[in-house]
Design a protein around this ligand. Structure first.
Ligand code: ADP
Ligand code: MG
Length: 248
């Protein structure tokens, strides 16, 4: 059993991922302790999304191991469903159901996956919508609210499942600039609450403020891993320096 002072919620042990003859992940290992925020940065095509998807087995690593909550993930579908119910994921494209209201988008999984009754599901949904500041949009369709509000709804939907871990894959990349802050503010609030998160983002200001640890990936490898201060102020690898000089 994990001991409480050093509880690793996620452990990735030497995973490789090949798509045909393309190697998307090359011997990637990392740990995330409960309550910590890890930010992953790196150029397009460096394997960031593939790594996130391997953590909840949306992609199966070609080899290596992923551990979540003290158990090794396998392709066993029942086991996977049990784990995935505890892992929230938020994508660049909000992935809300277009024909359901914001409230229904949130209550659906509560009812289907968690077997929670309609009334209770609705009160959980409203509570989460209040938390992300859009309770007044509960009865709107996704198309009737802004991109920033849709992304906050997607976050509320993930939070409603009471996940142990939240994965974010470039959650603000599809947003107009004026909406980026409202989504980052919600994520910052979650970080302060101690929700364990792994976040792929190009928002370096947010990474500095929110991350306990930052990982720089390139060509499927973790090139550098450090505190935000260390990584942004004193990068050791030339590839990290070049990337930061292009993005900052
Ligand atoms: P990032 O998120 O850092 O932009 P990705 O993890 O999406 O990078 O992709 C890493 C590499 O793997 C890229 O070369 C990409 O084209 C390739 N790749 C990702 N998913 C697939 C897939 N399903 N099939 C084939 N190649 C893929
Ligand atoms: Mg990606």
């Amino acid at each position: 059993m994990a001991n409480l002072t050093d509880e690793k919620l996620v452990e990735v042990k030497s995973i490789n991922k090949w798509f045909g003859d393309l190697q998307a992940l090359d011997d990637v290992s990392l740990d995330v302790q409960s309550g910590k925020v890890m930010v992953i940065i790196g150029p397009s095509g460096s394997g960031k999304s593939t790594l996130l998807r391997c953590i909840n087995y949306l992609e199966t690593p070609t080899n290596g191991q992923v551990w979540f909550n003290g158990e090794r993930l396998t392709s066993d579908q029942r086991e996977l469903n049990r784990h995935r119910a505890e892992i929230g994921m938020v994508f660049q494209s909000f992935n809300l159901y277009a024909h359901l209201t914001i409230l229904e988008n949130i209550t659906l999984a509560l009812k289907v996956v968690k077997k929670i009754k309609q009334k209770d599901a609705e009160s959980i949904a409203i509570e989460q919508l209040k938390k992300v500041g859009i309770a007044d949009k509960a009865d709107k369709l996704p198309s009737q609210i802004s991109g920033g509000q849709q992304q906050r709804a997607a976050i509320a939907r993930a939070l409603a499942m009471r996940p142990k871990l939240m994965l974010f894959d470039e959650p603000t990349s599809a947003l107009d600039p004026e909406m980026i802050k409202e989504v980052l503010d919600v994520m910052m609030m979650l970080a302060k609450e101690g929700i364990t998160m792994i976040i792929v983002t190009h928002e370096m200001g947010f990474a500095r403020a929110a991350a306990d640890e930052v990982i720089f990936m390139d060509n499927g490898r973790i090139v550098e891993k450090n505190t935000p201060d260390g990584l942004f102020n004193q990068p050791t690898s030339d590839r990290t320096k070049l990337f930061l000089s292009q993005i900052l």
